[in-house]
Design a protein around this ligand. Structure first.
Ligand code: C2E
Ligand code: CA
Ligand code: CA
Length: 564
C-alpha cells in the first residue's frame, strides 16, 4: 500500500486516456496535459497493459465504452476484480444515459458525457475523482490487508458488528478458509509464489462477497474469514469453488479447507462464531479428501474435553492418577523368544472419564509443553520399576521410555536422566530412550548433538516409528542410534500386502547397514511373527505376546521366563 501512495508523489499525476478515436483522444488530452502527465491507449487490451505497467503511478483512467478488442465495460470488470487495480479510479466517456448507470454499477468513479463539456468542468470532475480516490487509499491503507485488499481483522469485526446491528434479522454464516500446508508452499516455491496464491484466493473471495453482500478479511497468514448471508447450498457449491480456486491458481497441489458455522440463531457474538468455524476448519487439517466441514457440537465437546484434560493434569499428577504400564519386547533371534526389555507406556485413570488413552492427551500435552512434566514422571517411575525388579526378583529388565521432541530441546535433559539413573543405582544402558523419527527431521543437527552426547554417557537410543517420518537415507548414515523401531503401520498388512513386506525388508536392510537391531511393534498374530523372523527382524513387541500391562502383571511374565 505504501507503493500505491507513491502515485501521489510525482510532480504531475499520471492519467491514462483510452479511446479508439484519435481525435477524441487528442481533444481530451489537450484539456488535461497542462495539469497532468497524460498517456494514451487505443483499445481496452492496450489500456490493460499500460495500467498493469503503471499501476503504482497511475492516478486515473478515462475510458471510452465502445472500443474494439476489449470494450470499456469489460475493462472495468477486470479492474474491479483485481485487488490492486481496483484502487485506480476510472471515469467513463459516454453519450447514453443507460451506460452511465451500468458503468457506475461496475465501479466507475464518474462519467464525462460526449460531446465534451467546457474544459473547466472536465478538469473539475477529473480532479475530484482523483482526490476522492487518494483519500480512500489512505482510509484503505489502515483498513485493508495490503496483499489481498481484503479488510484486516480489526476492521472486519468492526464492520461485521455494524452490519449485524443494522440488519438484525438477517441470517449470516461464519466461514473460515485456510490453505493446506501453506508453509510448505512458501518454503518450496518461495515467498512470491505464496503471495501470488494468497492474492488469487483473496480476489476470488472478494468477488464472492461483492456478489452476495458479505464481508471478508485475511485473519492470519493463510487464513481468511468470510461473513456471508446464510445459504443452504454449501455442499454443492464449495467443492465447485475449491475446484475453481485450483484452476485459477493453475496448481492442483494447492488445496483449501473450509469450516462453516451456519447461523443457528443462538445469538453468539461474532468472534465466537468465527472461533467455531475455525475449530471446524482445523479438524480438516490432515484430510486430503474433504475440503469443507460444518461446526457441530461434538467438535465443541471434544474441544472442551481437551481443555478439561489440560486443566486436570497437575492434579492428576499429585493424586497419582497416571499409571505406568509395561509392554514386553521379545528377542526372536534364537529358537525360542526371550523377554529382553519392556516399553513404559503411560495410562491415565481419570476420576470422571475412566481410562483415558495416551492418544487423547499426549498430543495435547506436546502442544503446550506439559509433556515434559509427565515424561519426567514416567521416567522416574520406570527407573524405580527396574530397580524394584532387580531387588525383588533378582532380574535386570531394561525398560524403554518415550522421549518427546520437546524433551530433546531441553538443555537439562541429560542431567535429569543421569540423576534418575543414579538415584536408582542403574546403569544408563538399562534405561532405553525411544525418540520418534519425526523429531529427527525437525532440527536435525541439534537432535544429533543431543543424542550423541547421551550415547557418550552410555544411554541407548532407539528410533521410534521408523518409516513414518521423512529422514533421508543420507541423514541416517550420520545418525547416532542403537536400534530401529519400525512404525506399526508397516506391520499391519505385512502378510497380505507384498509392497508392505518389501518396505519392511528394505528397512531391515537399512538397519543391517547401520549395524543396529530392528524392533517390530504392533505384532498381533503368529503369521506376522514368523514372517518377521524369516526376513531378519530381531525384536518383537505387540499384542501377540502381551498388551501393555501394570507392573504386577509383568512380574508374572518375568517369572515365566525363569521357568523356561
Ligand atoms: P508408541 O510409542 O508408538 O507406542 C506403541 C503403541 O502401540 C502403544 O499405544 C501400544 O499400546 C500400542 N501397541 C502395542 N502393541 C500393539 C499391537 O499389537 N496392536 C496395536 N493395535 N497396538 C499396539 P499407547 O499406549 O496407546 O500409546 C500411544 C502413543 O502415545 C505411543 O506410541 C507414544 O507415542 C505415546 N506415549 C505413550 N506413553 C507415553 C509417555 O510416557 N510419554 C510420551 N512422550 N509419549 C507416550
Ligand atoms: Ca514408543
Ligand atoms: Ca512406535
Amino acid at each position: 500500500m505504501q507503493e500505491l501512495l507513491g502515485r501521489q508523489k510525482g510532480l504531475f499525476r499520471q492519467i491514462l486516456i483510452v479511446d479508439d478515436e484519435p481525435i477524441e483522444r487528442e481533444m481530451l488530452g489537450n484539456m488535461l496535459d497542462k495539469e497532468y502527465e497524460v498517456c494514451y491507449a487505443e483499445n481496452g487490451e492496450q489500456a490493460l497493459d499500460v495500467i498493469r505497467d503503471h499501476k503504482l503511478t497511475l492516478s486515473l483512467v478515462i475510458l471510452d465504452l465502445h472500443m474494439p478488442k476489449l470494450d470499456g465495460y469489460s475493462l472495468l470488470e477486470i479492474l474491479r476484480a483485481d485487488a490492486e487495480l481496483r484502487l485506480i479510479p476510472a471515469i467513463v466517456l459516454t453519450s447514453e444515459k443507460e451506460a452511465e448507470v451500468k458503468s457506475l454499477q461496475l465501479g466507475a468513479a464518474d462519467f464525462i458525457t460526449k460531446p465534451y463539456d467546457v474544459p473547466e468542468v472536465i478538469n473539475a470532475r477529473v480532479r475530484r475523482s482523483i482526490e476522492l480516490a487518494e483519500d480512500s487509499i489512505i482510509i484503505h491503507e489502515t483498513e485493508r490487508d495490503s496483499l489481498t485488499g481484503l479488510f484486516n481483522k480489526e476492521f472486519f469485526y468492526e464492520y461485521g458488528r455494524r452490519l449485524e446491528n443494522h440488519n438484525e434479522d438477517m441470517s449470516m454464516d461464519a466461514i473460515v478458509l485456510d490453505i493446506n500446508r501453506f508453509h510448505l508452499v512458501n518454503e518450496l516455491y518461495g515467498r512470491s509464489y505464496g503471495d501470488f496464491i494468497l492474492k488469487t484466493i483473496g480476489e476470488s473471495i472478494h468477488g464472492l462477497v461483492q456478489r452476495t453482500g458479505g464481508l471478508a478479511c485475511r485473519s492470519d497468514t493463510n487464513s481468511f474469514c468470510i461473513y456471508l448471508p446464510h445459504r443452504e447450498d454449501y455442499e454443492e457449491q464449495l467443492p465447485l469453488h475449491a475446484e475453481k480456486f485450483a484452476r485459477r491458481i493453475g496448481d492442483y497441489k494447492i488445496s483449501i479447507r473450509v469450516g462453516i458455522f451456519p447461523d443457528d440463531g443462538s445469538g453468539l457474538d461474532l468472534e465466537q462464531r468465527f472461533d467455531r468455524a475455525r475449530l471446524a476448519c482445523s479438524k480438516l487439517r490432515n484430510s486430503y479428501t474433504t475440503c469443507y466441514t460444518f461446526y457441530n457440537t461434538k467438535l465443541h465437546d471434544k474441544e472442551l474435553y481437551s481443555e478439561r484434560l489440560i486443566n486436570d493434569m497437575d492434579r492428576a499428577l499429585e493424586e497419582k492418577q497416571f499409571k505406568v504400564y509395561y509392554q514386553p519386547k521379545y528377542n526372536i533371534r534364537g529358537e525360542k523368544p526371550v523377554l529382553s526389555s519392556a516399553e513404559a507406556l503411560i495410562r491415565w485413570v481419570h476420576p470422571e472419564f475412566g481410562m483415558v488413552s495416551p492418544g487423547d492427551f499426549i498430543p495435547l500435552f506436546e502442544d503446550n509443553g506439559l509433556i515434559q512434566k509427565l515424561d519426567r514422571y514416567v521416567w522416574r517411575e520406570a527407573a524405580a520399576q527396574i530397580r524394584d525388579w532387580k531387588n525383588r526378583l533378582g532380574v535386570t529388565l531394561p525398560v524403554s521410555v518415550n522421549v518427546s521432541r520437546v524433551d530433546i530441546f531441553d538443555p537439562m535433559l541429560e542431567s535429569i536422566l543421569e540423576e534418575i539413573v543414579n538415584a536408582n543405582v542403574l546403569k544408563p544402558e538399562e534405561f532405553l530412550l525411544e525418540v520418534t523419527e519425526s523429531a529427527y527431521t525437525d532440527n536435525s543437527q541439534q537432535i544429533i548433538d543431543t543424542v550423541n552426547s547421551l550415547r557418550r554417557k552410555g544411554f541407548k537410543v532407539e528410533m521410534d516409528d521408523f518409516g513414518s517420518g521423512y529422514s533421508s537415507l543420507n541423514m541416517l548414515t550420520s545418525l547416532p542410534i542403537d536400534a530401529l523401531k519400525l512404525d506399526m503401520k508397516f506391520i499391519r498388512n505385512i502378510c497380505s500386502d507384498s509392497k508392505e513386506r518389501r518396505m519392511v525388508e528394505i528397512m531391515i536392510e537399512i538397519a543391517d547397514f547401520l549395524e543396529v537391531p530392528v524392533i517390530a511393534e504392533g505384532v498381533e498374530v503368529k503369521e506376522q511373527l514368523d514372517l518377521l523372523k524369516e526376513i531378519g527382524c530381531d525384536i518383537i513387541q505387540g499384542y501377540y505376546f502381551s498388551k501393555p500391562v501394570p507392573p504386577e502383571d509383568l512380574d508374572k511374565l518375568i517369572e515365566q521366563e525363569d521357568g523356561k
